[in-house]
Ligand binder design. Structure first.
Ligand SMILES: [Zn+2]
Length: 322
């Protein structure tokens, strides 16, 4: 059995996982990310956690095939630089050669974290046998990863796949990328929570208040779905509007890429048919390809938080287990 190390480097947490050649996660460890000491501090922490993980599993570094890192920013594979990662306080540092040195010359790969997560979902079964695949993750923002012909599509500058920053509403809500009306300003989990809170303020009798113990600061994605299940009209209205936003972005993605599979991840996707049913209906009605025999399948993610670790571990691998 071959083993790989996958590192999901987030602005809040650093997760190191041990993954085998069948794309199974065997063990993982999470520590808070130190963002005060630049690339050197982050790499030292990655090495320390990796050593502990290997010890615990009776493995040595030389028994590991490769190490892969998912980075929350632009990871230039040509130069090895992290060009910009605002959540890490790292910009223009030669991250890849530094990591390689820390791991004793071992093969180290890196890529954008959303791309690594898409690669994980792609390899580990969500898209088995598919050649084209798009992953959309609904979280604080909207993450995206595009796999075309079995490869991560990175663009000319390794910055492709920012699906959250396609505009779905000209002159719409401001986005932290500097534009207005971006998909993520309407369809992220953050946006859904904002939409829920705004509706609650207009309806003091809504069951949404009961669902969050009368404390609006405790509203989360689940609050809305629970109230919808109880038949609350205000909640149903919020969900309907949210689904329109989400469907607009999904149909744009389908019209451009016509992938075999789109997978929707993030906590919100756990709402299952409450979300996926209406999305599939709108897509069937409105996508440009609606009359084609072959249609994009829209499914929910399978690996959730582990996708980024598994995908990072296997960044250098072209295996596609079925
Ligand atoms: Zn944006």
């Amino acid at each position: 059995m071959k083993y790989y190390i996958g590192i999901d480097l987030g602005g809040t947490n650093l997760v190191v996982g041990l993954v085998n050649e069948a794309a199974s996660l065997i063990d993982k460890e999470t520590v808070p990310t130190k963002t005060t000491s630049g690339a050197a501090g982050i790499i030292a922490a990655m090495k320390a956690v990796t050593d502990r993980l290997l010890d615990r599993n009776n493995l040595k570094l030389y028994e590991i095939e490769a190490i892969g890192i998912g980075v929350p920013g632009t990871a230039n594979r040509e130069t090895g630089m992290i060009e910009f990662a605002n959540n890490l306080n790292v910009s223009n540092e030669p991250f890849l050669p530094m990591a390689k040195e820390a791991f004793g010359g071992k093969t180290v790969y890196f890529n954008n974290d959303a791309n690594a997560a898409a690669w994980g979902e792609y390899l580990a079964g969500a898209a088995a046998e598919a050649k084209s695949f798009v992953a959309v993750t609904l979280g604080t923002g909207v993450g995206g990863g595009i796999i075309l012909d079995g490869k991560i599509y990175e663009g000319v500058n390794f910055a492709a796949g920012e699906l959250g920053h396609m505009v779905i509403m000209a002159d719409g809500l401001p986005c932290n990328c500097g534009r207005t009306g971006c998909f993520e300003a309407y369809a992220s989990a953050t946006a859904l929570i904002q939409q829920t809170k705004a509706a609650m303020k207009g309806d003091v009798f809504s069951l949404l208040w009961e669902q969050c113990a009368e404390d609006i600061n405790r509203v989360e994605g689940k609050t809305l779905f629970d109230a919808v299940r109880r038949g609350d009209e205000t909640a149903i209205k919020v969900l309907k509007q949210y689904i329109k936003y989400l469907a607009a972005g999904i149909i744009n993605i389908i019209n451009v890429f016509q992938p075999e599979i789109i997978c929707i991840g993030g906590g919100i996707s756990k709402a299952g048919d409450l979300l996926m049913g209406p999305i599939r209906e709108i897509v069937a009605r409105e996508s440009y390809s609606r009359n084609s025999d072959k249609q994009t399948r829209i499914i929910t993610a399978k690996l959730y938080n582990d996708a980024g670790i598994i995908g990072a571990a296997l960044l250098g691998s072209d295996i596609h287990p079925v």
